[in-house]
Write a protein that binds this ligand. Structure first.
Ligand code: ADP
Ligand code: MG
Length: 368
């Protein structure tokens, strides 16, 4: 198995398009790395450069310590699974698993050995003689993965392989893939636009936008300490509430004002704000909808951080009900409380846990 190092990699297309601007990244041996970001951010370009399907305009790529810039794809010990993977429908599962090995000129005995080993690994032994067009669901996907793994790659590259699957199958595949990675220890580089998929699968995430790296880290690091507003919003579904707040200093603590309401910061945020000399200035605060609590009556919770609001609309997201609330000129989205039924038009109090408030510089949009 092998790790990967990308040093100041860029891709300039002949038509003047820039696929990747300047990106450095280290992926450790055995890691499940996810390149995640919006469409057009350069994820596929980067993956194709790692796989050798695209020339590297600037910078260097190392696989297992070896510089691969000038190596052919088949010399790089990588296998790729694309978005629109297909099986050869007339061939049996066995023949599908053997196909790449045959092309690579693998000897008959070794080929058989590797196919059987791969089939065992993926629990496909019973299906080996089945025509692949009759293989369905998760087994079909296993054959696709098996076909890539049969060549014993050191790095498995996957470009949004689950994009076309429906919800249930997608869930099964994710679990299967995570489990397989755990068992094999193969290094995976996986591309997706879906932040929640990235969170579920990745041991390391690389958030990419406009051909540049925004942040790398474990899912917990990316979610818990986003380095800028873009990352914070990308990893919040439904959308994070972002609003302007005025910072003031009161008895050595930073406090905030939003829509005429006073609130407190966590100790950590207060320290950062005063150190950064934000007292008297405006900043952006971000709060995930699940961290705003709407109460029809005043509870005791977070009595320092409250704003009076009026319920507006209801929406479903991921099996949960969210509501929007209007406070002055601002609209906030919050998780609707389970027990109490709030109707549009009802007055409520929104309360926020100060530990769950993200703070950003208004100009640079970077986390403070
Ligand atoms: P992603 O996979 O993140 O959606 P891509 O890597 O496909 O993004 O594309 C990144 C950028 O490179 C986009 O602006 C896209 O238009 C451009 N691009 C991709 N492929 C080519 C190409 N063959 N020629 C010119 N520009 C390209
Ligand atoms: Mg792509």
């Amino acid at each position: 198995m092998a790790g990967l190092v990308l040093n100041n990699v860029a891709k300039l297309y002949p038509n003047g398009g820039v696929g990747v601007k300047d990106l450095s990244l280290e992926i450790k041996d055995g890691e499940f790395a996810v390149l995640v970001g919006p469409a057009g951010s350069g994820k596929s370009t980067l993956l194709r450069m790692i796989g050798g399907l695209e020339d590297i305009s600037l910078g260097d790529i190392y696989i297992g310590g070896e510089r691969v810039n000038d190596l052919e794809p088949r010399e790089r010990k990588v296998a790729m699974i694309f978005r629109n993977y297909m099986l050869y429908p007339q061939m049996t599962v066995y023949e599908n698993l053997a196909f790449g090995l045959k092309l690579a000129g693998c000897g008959k005995n070794e080929l058989h050995e590797r196919v059987m080993e791969t089939a065992k690994l993926l629990e496909l032994e019973e299906l080996l003689e089945t025509p692949s067009e009759q293989v369905t669901g998760i087994d079909r996907y296993k054959v696709v993965v098996g076909r890539a793994l049969a060549r014993r790659p050191e790095v498995l590259l996957m470009d949004d392989p689950m994009i076309s699957l429906d919800g249930q199958l997608r869930c099964e595949m994710r679990e299967g893939l995570a489990e397989l990675h755990h068992r094999l220890g193969v290094t995976v580089v996986y591309v997706t636009e879906d932040a929640s998929e990235a969170m579920l699968l990745g041991t390391k995430l690389a958030v990419i936008r406009d051909g540049l790296l925004e942040q790398t880290g474990t899912p917990e690091e990316i979610c818990g300490r986003p380095q800028n507003r873009f990352v914070a919003e990308y990893f919040s579904r439904p959308a994070m509430n972002v609003t302007t707040a005025k910072v003031e200093e009161e008895d050595g603590r930073a406090i905030l004002w939003v829509e005429g309401c006073r609130g407190v910061f966590s100790e950590e945020n207060s320290r950062r704000l005063l150190k950064g000399e934000y007292a008297g200035k405006e900043i952006l605060i971000g709060i995930r909808p699940k961290d705003i609590h709407a109460e029809p009556v005043c509870g005791e919770k977070w009595s320092d951080n409250r704003v009076e609001a009026v319920a507006e609309t209801c929406e479903e997201y991921g099996g949960e009900t969210y509501m929007t609330f209007r406070a002055g000129d601002e609209t906030f989205r919050a998780l609707a409380p389970e027990e109490t039924k709030i109707q549009p038009g009802d007055p409520v109090v929104l309360a926020v846990d100060p530990e769950k408030v993200y703070i950003f510089d208004k100009d640079t949009q970077k986390a403070i």
